[in-house]
Design a protein around this ligand. Structure first.
Ligand code: BJ8
Length: 421
């Protein structure tokens, strides 16, 4: 008998056969990578549940939100101001895909030499595998890297609902002016989409939700300073990945509960790896769910990842939005400033990222830094040279994609790196 979720998937036009295959592969990977870990915090049970329901319960929730008239907005970049979506009672979800399923379909529209993240989101949509894309009323793109910029043109031909925010290349006064005007334009777009005016109260509510989420993620990040690390890098990465599509208030509550437990672990000196285990910071391109490859390799080799200097990681929650404002205009101006401080490699120059990596490595007592770029991700691959020069501890540079063909080779390189630390 058809279950309630299948009815929704069918209505959304998913390819049910491919979709069943995808869920099977995801569930096996999760069992092998996540459930095989020892000494996991009890608080991770919630996140295990969320992953098991990734295309079921959460999709039903978003489906019901849409039915009740709430606008559903998808995004691919942490530059998209979630506060504005929440200010009109919308739902904001991350659409990046971290698996190579659908690449062949994607390559019918975009060049082979495109980064896996772009191929991933195109491929998921084209293969009828992504219920999130189908539920959106608006998909917000941005002019960050060239690959994304051009892919959005094609994605709009396919979905007919892409809206692009222009992001400057430089953080100059002109760049700031342009960006602020783009945030204002986005506010107007959200007002038109929802039929609601954005008010001071709406923005206060949106900011409070997003800031609370950021604060919980900051708390988790700070707990990873401890030795032994109270949580594995794999689990912390998962919490960060889930933050992009879970309900924000519930996510914050569950992450804070997890942090309460981790605090107890830190107090009692217990952790996931032995005290003194080698600690690594990972820095670079985003790792969208279910991209767990590097973390699985590093932690399978006996080290522990203590931080992610990435958009699915610290870059997403480092700065808060200023909740102290009297008018919508003031709120927008402050918010625009907050977003423009994000240190994405798409900017030139981007020296603040070098400082941030070193600050993080020091705070987390990292023994080494692994720079992670997706293949064909020019901004991060290029910036790796500067990062290597600026980092004051052992450094390893990796370029990879979502495939598993290089798993053995990467493992050998990571093990050799751990030897020299
Ligand atoms: S703020 S990192 S989320 S743009 S991996 S598509 S950069 S070729 S994702 Fe990003 Fe916003 Fe910057 Fe963050 Fe291009 Fe690189 Fe692919 Fe990338």
């Amino acid at each position: 008998m058809e279950n309630q979720y299948e009815t929704i998937w069918k209505e959304l036009g998913l390819n049910l056969e491919n979709h069943a295959g995808l869920l099977g592969v995801l569930s096996d990977a999760y069992t092998n990578i996540y459930m095989a870990q020892k000494n996991r915090p009890k608080g991770m049970e919630y996140f295990d549940f969320v992953v098991s329901e990734i295309h079921s319960l959460r999709i039903k929730e978003i489906y019901e939100a849409k039915e009740s008239g709430r606008p559903i907005v998808g995004a691919f970049c942490i530059y998209v101001p979630e506060e504005i979506v929440l200010a009109v009672d919308g739902v904001c979800i991350g659409l990046c895909a971290g698996a190579e399923v659908g690449s062949e379909e994607a390559e019918k529209f975009i060049p082979r030499n495109t980064c896996a993240l772009i191929k991933g989101f195109m491929g998921f949509k084209l293969s009828g595998l992504c219920p999130y894309v189908e539920l959106t009323d608006l998909i917000v793109g941005e002019t960050t890297c060239d690959g994304k910029k051009k892919a959005y043109e094609i994605f709009n031909e396919i979905t007919k609902k892409v809206y692009v925010m222009e992001i400057p290349n430089m953080k100059s006064p002109k760049g700031r002016e342009l960006w602020e005007s783009e945030v204002i334009r986005f506010r107007e777009k959200m007002e038109a989409l929802s039929g609601k005016r954005i008010t001071v109260e709406g923005l206060q509510k949106g900011m409070a939700l997003v800031n609370a989420k950021r604060k919980a993620l900051q708390r988790l990040s700070a707990l990873r300073n401890a030795d032994p690390a109270p949580i594995s890098g794999l689990d912390a990465l998962l919490v960060n990945q889930v933050s992009f599509y879970d309900d924000p208030a519930r996510f914050t509550r569950m992450t804070n509960e997890l942090c309460d437990e981790l605090e107890e672990r830190v107090k009692s000196g217990s952790g996931v790896a032995a005290k003194g285990a080698k600690r690594l910071l990972v820095s670079g391109s985003p790792m969208a769910i279910p991209n767990w490859k590097l973390h699985a390799i590093v932690e399978g080799s006996g080290a522990v990842i203590v931080g992610e200097e990435a958009c699915i990681g610290e870059r997403n929650f480092r700065d808060m939005s200023d909740e102290n404002f009297a008018t919508v205009e003031e709120a927008i101006a402050k918010m625009a400033g907050r977003y423009l401080s994000i240190d994405c490699a798409c900017f030139t120059p981007n020296n603040e990222r070098l400082d941030n990596i070193n600050i993080m490595a020091g705070r987390l007592h990292a023994d080494g830094v692994i720079h992670y770029s997706l293949q064909f991700c020019t901004p991060y691959m290029m910036e790796a040279f500067k990062v290597e020069k600026s980092v004051d501890r052992p450094f390893l540079k990796i370029e990879t994609d979502y495939g598993m063909e290089d798993f053995g080779q990467l493992k050998t390189r990571v093990e050799a790196f751990l030897e020299i630390i």
